[in-house]
Write a protein that binds this ligand. Sequence first.
Ligand SMILES: C[S@@+](CC[C@H](N)C(=O)[O-])C[C@H]1O[C@@H](n2cnc3c(N)ncnc32)[C@H](O)[C@@H]1O
Length: 394
Amino acid sequence: MTNEEKTFEVKIERLLPGGVGLAHADGLTLFVSLAAPGDLLRVRIDRVQGAVGFASIIEILKPSEKRVEPPCPYFGRCGGCDFQQLTYEAQLQAKVDIIRDCLHRIAKLEPPGHIPITPTANEWRYRARASWQVAAEEKLLGYFEGGSNRVCDVEYCAVLSPPLQETLEQVRKELATRDVRQLRHVDVVAGDEGVSVAPAIAGLNARTVSRSIGGEVYSFSADTFFQVNHELLELLIDAALGDVRGQLAIDLYCGVGLFTLPLARRFARVTGVEAHPLSAEFARRNLERAKLENVEIANLGVADWVKHSRSFEVLDFLLLDPPRVGCENAVVTGILALRPRRIAYVSCDPATLARDLKKFIADDYILDSVAAFDMFPQTHHVETVTRLTARRQL
Ligand SMILES: C[S@@+](CC[C@H](N)C(=O)[O-])C[C@H]1O[C@@H](n2cnc3c(N)ncnc32)[C@H](O)[C@@H]1O
């Protein structure tokens, strides 16, 4: 009998980075999808890689106290939400444990005794940005199924904000009645004026929309990056900036300027760096509307920018908020050469965050604080803000 045909009775020990449950059976470490800590399960091993087996649940023999009935009918097939089986409390705890695990195992750090996590007000219907996948020939619209490129057709998505759910229905109607064979995916974002959609479909287009956050107005469109959960952004900015003030600050991976505008009010000079031309253009326009003239936006990749950047006599503060992959090695080396007195690293992936933090701490930085924000309820994803100070203040 192969591993794929055998089933095993296992107890889930805890949840790991990536959101999978840890168990052991048949001499293997098992990563069990959609599990809850404490579950007693019958599982099937779908794939083995070295000493690790990737397993799925056949039967819940004894549910954990942290388990709830996932309310979404697409749960288990849609690759979008992998934490709906957990109570909200257990989701928050798992995210803190995941951060702690990454800091300990990857960054080789003793994590702080307490890592605060800020919950979101809305556990459902919070997503103000989404990317939908399309299989035009079969008229399917939704998200990829877990671990595949098959589109899971989703009529109602429980984490979408109401304007985006309405847009999903509009796009679905268009898909049913029009020939849209070229369409592969649709990006949508909601702002105060309505919804921006790229590419244009169902009478909707990538128009500019905006949001007011912490007294600043940010414009953006479906073609640019803007954060998914707008409720927590003011708190996220406060946590990243704290009480910093001074002469010079740098905002790497600045997008349309979420952190750049508040930094411009606290520092005499600010440089923002963003590779995406349209996002950089929106950042410039957002600054112009706020009449903030002390900022330069460099439309460059961060690796290129750090390579060519001149050195500064004193760099008070550097904020970085890279995509999930974290920073290239050259970026960390370049930041270390600039010697910022304080750093705030905002991250949506605790594993790449920990990998990069290890390099900062091996150099000359002390980890001051770690704070988590539940920007993505019902999924294992979490936003983390870490702050560092240089030991030697130049
Ligand atoms: C996680 S987002 C953060 C944006 C912004 N800080 C915010 O919170 O809205 C990452 C941003 O980095 C940009 N980006 C990705 N890779 C980059 C690179 N190598 N150099 C510069 N910018 C990059 C993306 O276009 C995106 O705007």
